[in-house]
Design a protein around this ligand. Sequence first.
Ligand SMILES: [Zn+2]
Length: 262
Amino acid sequence: MSLRSRLGAARRQVLCSLYRRTVPMANCGPIVSFSFDDFPRTAYSAGGAILEKFGVRGTYYAAAGLMNTSNELGEQFRREDIDALLEQGHELASHTFSHISCRSVSSAAFRDDVEKGRKAIEEVTGVDCPNFAYPFGHVTLQAKRTLGLGRSSARSIFSGFNGAELDLNLLRANSLYGDLNGLPSVEELIRENKARNGWLIFYTHDVRQNPSAFGCTPALFEAALSCAVRSGCRILTVQEALTEVGVQNGNPEGQARWGVPA
Ligand SMILES: [Zn+2]
């Protein structure tokens, strides 16, 4: 292992073990959630349609400042996409306003942008969006410590499974990128999640025939969802899964605790 990757692993270890806000999974698993970040229109038009075909719903982490814009992930969401996905029962969650990294600005500026993003979505929709995902998957101890207050969950892109004690300040999630050649590793994750009785979260961006490096094809998305359904795991949105473990709008019924484990 190179020095650089050893340092990366050590940093992740520190970020995972400090400022935790833990809740036991108990016997709520196995659960699989599908989420989309930013989000491009195809996440809803293609990804949402596949979820609906299976009678399940997903979680859309929206950075309000990206609305009506376009980038390498394709056209970003519009107001009507938000209305449509809420109408269909999907979950809307937040992802800062400007899609900024907590590593690139002061912690106060980051916290302000997180709140601005949450408020912007709530003003448009009238719904509370207590769940959050860190843009670029960047996490700092400062961000982890301050964001946990008053928020149901903060999702990372640290891979792996949630449970037996999940950390509300750093939910783990796994990329769902590329085409069908990525399916075996997805199937393995779903198998292991079932065996662990855990909560497995996937995230992607655009869902289209020729996806960006951060998206997947409709074929991979559908195959992953089909595998998760066949495995017997329940397919829930992030908030639905949190409700199962007793977390409602940032209130984990007294179970969560702040702590710095030994
Ligand atoms: Zn993002």
